[in-house]
Design a protein around this ligand. Structure first.
Ligand code: NA7
Length: 282
């Protein structure tokens, strides 16, 4: 089983590393060359073109930014679906809209390519540790083929039903993430206005029932006002936009969607999503 990995961003690199560490034969390709060095050092083979990668691989993983990137990779004029992909399996782990997942799945079917949507919950830390949570939509038989590989990437994989089910679950869990980060930010600012210091308030949250690994994990960043991207704010803003576009009435989603959009307009998109605190006045 040869794996072809497409997309060497913040998430793609540690994830592909885990497949290499598990002993898989991995080929890699990225739109912008020059990002494969850490994987090549671990034994990956970099291909010069997408078509070489496809020709050499049985299972193709895609981990790219957004709907446009996934459409370009699959349906672009020289994309995956223009190449001989019959009987291969593609696993798209990007976070995109359920509609786009279903559209690509349908096009893939016509090209004879099996397709799973399998986005993840968890950022760079869990990606490095192989502790992502993976939500999968598509044919059960295809999920069973992918499962041993998914087990090297995550601590849990959930099979949820037909194509689009994985991306739907991902939008739901990230809605909670977006709300939580805004909630923590407002709580800290509220406490500060009443004279309670941020470090003390973080300790109180941490010891309380609402203390979570997420909040504990962001504490050092918050105290240093330094936000290197574990999960870039631009991606959180995208996910909340997609959740909003799902057309389900969720008042908080509308509100947080607007906040993240304004943070993006302020130029905070490349920072970690916790930089929302800075946007809100922290
Ligand atoms: P990054 O670090 O922003 O990396 C994005 C990757 O997507 C990177 O490899 C990009 O290639 C690739 N990309 C973006 N647009 C395109 C197009 N049009 N064609 C081909 N490849 C493209 O994102 P993360 O790794 O943090 O996140 C990946 C996903 O997980 C995302 O959906 C998150 O919401 C969750 P480049 O190097 O720019 O050429």
């Amino acid at each position: 089983m040869i794996i072809g990995w497409i997309g060497l961003g913040n998430m793609g690199i540690p994830m592909a590393s885990n497949l290499l560490a598990a002993g898989y034969d991995v080929r890699v390709w990225n739109r912008t060359p020059g990002k494969a060095a850490p994987l090549v050092a671990l034994g990956a083979k970099e291909t010069a073109t997408l078509s070489e990668l496809v020709a050499q691989s049985d299972v193709l993983f895609t981990m790219v930014s957004d709907d446009d990137a996934v459409k370009a990779i699959y349906s672009g004029s020289d994309g995956l679906l223009s190449l001989p992909v019959q009987d291969k399996l593609a696993v798209d782990m990007s976070t995109i809209s359920p509609d786009t997942s279903r559209f690509i799945a349908e096009q893939a079917k016509q090209a004879g390519l099996r397709f799973l949507d399998a986005p993840v919950s968890g950022s760079v830390g869990p990606a490095k540790e192989g502790k992502l949570v993976i939500m999968v939509g598509g044919e059960l038989a295809d999920y069973e083929i992918a499962k041993p590989m998914l087990d090297k990437l995550g601590k849990a994989a959930f099979y949820l039903g037909p194509n689009g089910a994985g991306t739907s679950a991902k939008l739901a869990i990230n809605l909670l993430l977006g709300i939580t980060v805004q909630g923590v930010s407002e709580t800290l600012l509220f406490a500060r206005s009443l004279g309670i210091g941020t470090e003390q308030m973080l300790d109180i949250i941490s010891e309380s029932a609402v203390g979570t690994p997420l909040i504990r994990g962001k504490a050092a960043s918050i105290l240093a006002d330094d936000y290197p991207a574990a999960f870039a704010l631009k991606h959180m803003a995208k996910d909340l936009r997609l959740a909003n576009e799902a057309g389900v009435s969720t008042p908080l989603a509308e509100s947080v969607n607007a906040t993240y959009r304004h943070a993006l307009e302020e130029g905070l998109g490349e920072l970690d999503l916790m930089a929302l605190l800075r946007h809100l006045g922290g």
